[in-house]
Design a protein around this ligand. Structure first.
Ligand code: HEM
Length: 128
């Protein structure tokens, strides 16, 4: 498995699209997340598909269209509290299960996204 990317190992484009769809379906219904996301999540989901493809070692789709990710900076307009970080991760954990991403990749992905999500926090709980 040394030369195979995480992207290929989990099932490539199709699996990432499944995962992203399962994820935003939950984001759209999560009371902690609704206030900061747009009503129409089509474009958000498209960008996330590009980003995760690239993060997992697939083609650099996000950077090709949008340049350097600078994710923390792109999240600064949105108040991301510890509660919202936890909500995001809860949606992702359930989406990984629904999309049937296999172990050990599922845990590796969740660990990686837990670190990234914590890096996105920019607002203390009482300032939301
Ligand atoms: C965009 C929230 C964590 C990747 C966004 C947007 C919001 C948001 C509100 C803007 C949506 C839009 O206007 O279309 C959050 C919250 C997080 C979180 C509450 C909890 C910690 C993450 C993580 C990643 C990520 C961990 C990466 C794995 C992205 C990407 C975009 C985005 C790629 C699109 C950026 C662009 O406009 O090009 N996020 N996010 N987010 N988020 Fe997050």
């Amino acid at each position: 498995t040394d030369s195979v990317t995480l992207y290929e190992a989990i099932g490539g484009r199709e699996k990432i699209e499944e995962l992203v769809q399962a994820f935003y379906k939950r984001v759209a219904k999560h009371p902690a997340l609704i206030p900061i996301f747009p009503d129409d999540l089509t474009e958000t989901a498209r960008k996330q598909t590009q980003f995760l493809t690239q993060l997992f070692g697939g083609p650099a789709l996000y950077t090709e269209e949008h340049g350097h990710p600078m994710l923390r900076r792109r999240h600064l307009p949105f108040p991301i509290t510890p509660t919202r970080r936890d909500a995001w991760l809860e949606c992702m954990e359930q989406a990984l299960a629904e999309a049937e991403v296999e172990e050990p990749y599922r845990s590796a992905i969740f660990e990686r996204l837990t670190m990234t999500a914590s890096h996105m926090m920019n607002t203390p709980e009482d300032e939301k």
